[in-house]
Design a binder for this molecule. Structure first.
Ligand code: IPE
Ligand code: IPE
Ligand code: MG
Length: 241
């Protein structure tokens, strides 16, 4: 499939967002602990990042940990946090060399110090890279993001930096974590679940939604290519006829 992909003339999505779901069920099917599924999930990510770069996708936003995921057992949270540091430590040189620009979406103040510092270092190191924009949502919740944006704008008004009537879509988008990124064109969720789970509510206003049955560790480059082929077949009307 990789030879003839993407097909000539296909309009690539500029921004793909992925809810990487199903690691736990993938592990359970194999009689393994959930953490094993998360580890395989990190491995599954690498070829997807690579494919985005190759296929000329401008931005990839992945959901790594939600504001609701703190309700999971302590050991699972620790495993997930450990994997995040491991991911950066192992991959940062290669990502940097490929020109990937990393941005974290979410409130990092509530993330353990090691994870926060590692993520901040990755962002600082790759800030000026001009390749794929890789956005990692960590302690991210869309409602929290929207409320935060409202608060930032209110503060600016109070400080006299702007007037309430200056608040338009551009100003609002500038106050979101995704400032400067194009809107999401394609939202993919793995594992058969069909919900947003508080991910990118504002940014997905006109996204195409695609729910695939594969658990995230089974989401290969081929499955991704098939998802994109489905996207190419969608008629995006944006309100027109
Ligand atoms: C997604 O897999 C990874 C994270 C939420 C971090 P899950 O852990 O939600 O796996 P399932 O949905 O329980 O199978
Ligand atoms: C969403 O998946 C969060 C991530 C993939 C990081 P969840 O598995 O946490 O979502 P719910 O609980 O099924 O809605
Ligand atoms: Mg899940």
């Amino acid at each position: 499939m990789s030879e003839e992909f993407p097909p000539k003339g296909a309009a690539m999505p500029r921004h793909v967002a992925i809810i990487m779901d199903g690691n736990g069920r993938w592990a359970k099917q194999r009689g393994m602990p959930r953490a094993y599924g998360h580890r395989q999930g990190v491995l599954a990510l690498e070829p997807i990042i690579e494919a985005c770069g190759e296929w000329g996708i401008e931005a990839l936003t992945i959901f790594a940990f939600s504001t609701e995921n703190w309700a999971r057992p302590k050991e699972e949270i620790a495993a997930l946090m450990g994997l995040i540091v491991e991911f950066f430590n192992k991959k940062i040189d290669e990502l940097d060399k490929k020109g990937v620009c990393i941005r974290m979406l979410g409130d990092l103040r509530q993330v353990p110090e090691l994870q926060r510092k590692t993520a901040e270092a990755a962002m600082a190191r790759t800030a000026h890279n001009a390749g794929l924009k890789l956005n990692i949502a960590l302690n991210y919740g869309s409602r929290q993001e929207i409320v935060r944006a409202a608060r930032l704008l209110a503060q600016k008004c109070r400080q006299g930096e702007m007037r309430p009537e200056d608040i338009d879509e551009n100003a609002f988008e500038d106050a979101l974590y995704t400032r400067g990124l194009p809107p999401v064109d394609l939202l993919i969720r793995t594992s058969g679940e069909e919900r947003l789970s508080n991910f990118l509510l504002y940014q997905c206003a006109y996204a195409e939604f695609l729910f695939v049955p594969e658990f995230w560790p089974d989401f290969t480059r081929e499955v991704f290519a098939r998802a994109l082929a489905t996207y190419f077949g969608r008629a995006r009307r944006f309100g027109k006829v």
